[in-house]
Design a protein. Structure first.
Length: 271
């Protein structure tokens, strides 16, 4: 019997002023926020890399401040993805990939490539972009995930391209962006964006129970029912790693949502 995949749950970033009252202990110094946050969840999506380059020293520092088996996903530079012609992104991709990602070592998770909401699917240009994505950095395998935000990507042609190049597609639980759960790689990546300020755990307990069931289905090699899809045909049945991040919405509730989902999954935090 195949070994089930790994489920990792977290949120985006770790520096957010409202968390000083909703998440972090009152006596915690700001420089210890990552140390604390990484011991409450099992993964964090680094978002600052989308806006500006980081240094190898920064990645090494984040690696050393977090516990064993913790994982970072890293949001790629917007200079690579927010452009009219994606095929011209090679220099930006190169700078991002070689900015120090390898310093994360075993804690390097998927690279998230997020595209502008106005970016339409142009098959030839998009394939040329996918060809630019490297398979590894310093001998370490890279996993790529595509966060497309225009409805024109909801086609079988886009999904076929993603599968051909081994890239996952984001399931975005959002009313603002396309949400489709078709699988294209050996892992699943969900960004949950409906946290509500009025709910202590961001998502209602029943909704989190549903997401726990979805995660278990994916790791066991099946696909959950009830999620929107483009294609009727299901992907090959095989265990998959799952990454779930609570992003946006009422962000002050994201840590509580992540911790509650881990609790429902019976998963321990990384600490």
């Amino acid at each position: 019997m195949a070994k089930p995949g790994e489920i990792r749950v977290g949120f985006g970033g770790w520096t957010y002023k409202p968390w000083r009252t909703t998440f972090y202990p009152p006596d915690l110094t700001q420089k210890r926020e990552l140390e604390y946050a990484s011991r409450q969840v099992t993964a964090i999506e680094i978002n600052g890399t989308f806006y500006r380059s980081q240094t190898p020293a920064s990645f090494a520092k984040w690696r050393d401040e977090t516990p064993d088996r913790f994982v970072f996903s890293v949001k790629a530079s917007r200079y690579a993805t927010y452009r009219r012609v994606l095929a011209e992104a090679a220099p930006s991709i190169e700078r991002f990939v070689h900015s120090g990602l390898a310093e994360l070592g075993d804690k390097l998770g998927p690279l998230l490539w997020q595209f502008a909401p106005t970016k339409r699917f142009e098959p030839d240009d998009f394939e040329r972009f996918l060809k630019l994505l490297p398979n590894d950095v310093s001998g370490r395998r890279l996993r790529h995930v595509l966060d497309v935000r225009h409805a024109s990507f909801m086609t079988a042609e886009f999904l076929e391209l993603a599968r051909r190049y081994g890239a996952a597609t984001v399931f975005t639980d959002s009313a603002d962006y396309p949400s489709f759960a078709d699988l294209t790689s050996d892992f699943v990546y969900a960004r949950l964006m409906r946290c509500a300020a009025s709910i202590k755990t961001g998502y209602a307990p029943k909704a989190l129970t549903t997401w726990a069931a979805h995660a278990r289905a994916w790791t066991a090699g099946s696909e959950p029912d009830g999620l929107p899809r483009v294609e009727k045909v299901r992907a090959d049945s095989k265990p998959r790693d799952v990454f779930i991040f609570f992003i946006s919405g009422a962000k002050e509730r994201a840590p509580a949502a992540a911790c509650e989902l881990l609790k429902q999954l019976g998963k321990q935090s990384s600490g």
